[in-house]
Design a protein around this ligand. Structure first.
Ligand code: NAD
Length: 313
């Protein structure tokens, strides 16, 4: 399959590497010049569970992609949420009526942005439990195991979705076709919405956040706000199951000792966060539906205040 990775950062590089190694014809698109230049000159380098792999994968800056004329079967979107619209604008030249576009970003509401550029029949939504980190230009750290779920948003997209599930599985990405992707997206947003902003503002890892006397009330209230808004969109979240799932992450022998990615982005690297697409998206939708979401609103404001204090970019 001819696949373009739109946003070849940590996750895009990981998926690009695994799909390339499985024999697909992969290209990488990214705006970070040193990263693209390092991949062009030295190949994409990955440390995969301690082992070093280097593969030559064509890499492009967005401004150079207009010169690319091969037909792309699938675009995988892997920017941060606030970068999605710019990315879509810059890749319109490779989007044909036969190109399927899969969005694997965290957060809510990306389909509304993608619909401005891609026909509904060609849009797939998904999410992933794989993780990755960039260690420098052209270098990605791929560790642990994960999974992917995806689904078409229009019945006509089902064949393309099933084909992509197979391609992902051949690449070892542990993918399944979801019968209810919107539920999974909201469930994952609840996990991010309870852990990311809170750990970032409290300067706590997941286990420490889990250990306080007020944590239970905070996560229940946030999940309840998500559930009220989701219900308005026809998605009935099982709040108790999600609360228990979030609590299972507090185990210090599991991922409890980790700091969520928002913490790493904002506190460690002074990068802007995806809060507007997680708790912020729930507030915005809540305003439209006249549903009060005070915890989500306050957390969104606190994270924005922290972004300002740290002059995040
Ligand atoms: P990242 O910042 O490492 O990668 C995004 C890349 O997109 C960057 O390299 C950036 O230069 C590029 N980019 C942004 N706008 C662009 C544009 N207009 N044109 C060209 N390139 C552009 O982010 P990431 O960690 O790979 O995360 C991507 C998404 O996956 C996020 O929504 C994140 O929440 C989600 N996610 C990440 C992980 C993880 O472990 N890193 C796990 C699961 C989900």
């Amino acid at each position: 399959m001819k696949i373009a990775i739109a946003g070849a950062g940590a996750m895009g590089s990981r998926f690009g590497m695994m799909l390339h190694q499985a024999g697909n014809d992969v290209i990488l698109i990214d705006q970070w010049e040193e990263h693209v230049s390092a991949i062009k000159h030295n190949g994409l380098k990955a440390i995969h569970d301690g082992e070093t792999i280097i593969e030559n994968i064509p890499a492009f800056l967005p401004k150079d992609i207009t010169d690319y004329h091969d037909e792309i079967d699938t675009v995988i979107l892997f920017t941060k949420a606030m970068q999605l619209d710019d990315m879509l604008q810059s890749i319109t030249s490779i989007l044909s009526e036969h190109t399927t576009v899969l969005c694997l970003l965290n957060g809510l509401g990306h389909e509304d942005t993608i619909k401005n550029y891609v026909a509904k029949e060609n849009i797939l939504l998904g999410n992933t439990m794989w993780t990755a980190g960039l260690t420098g230009p052209g270098e990605v750290n791929m560790f642990g195991h994960g999974s992917v779920e995806l689904q078409n948003i229009h019945p006509k997209g089902q064949d393309a979705a099933l084909e992509l599930v197979q391609v992902f599985n051949e690449a070892g990405l542990n993918c399944k076709y979801s019968e209810d992707m919107m539920y999974s997206i909201w469930r994952k947003a609840c996990v991010n919405g309870t852990l990311n902003g809170t750990c970032t503002i409290l300067d706590a890892n997941i286990a420490s956040f889990g250990s306080t006397s007020v944590t239970d009330e905070i996560i229940r209230t946030i999940i309840h706000e998500f559930a009220l808004v989701a219900k308005h969109e026809g998605i009935l979240l099982d709040e108790e199951e999600i609360v228990n799932h979030v609590k299972s992450t507090f185990d210090p022998h599991g991922i409890g000792h980790h700091y969520p990615s928002m913490y790493q982005d904002l506190i460690q690297k002074h990068r802007l966060t995806e809060i507007d697409y997680i708790n912020g998206a729930v507030c915005k939708k809540g305003e439209t539906y006249q549903i009060a979401t005070p915890y989500c609103q306050f957390l969104t404001q606190l994270v924005h205040a922290k972004e300002e204090l740290l002059k995040a970019k």
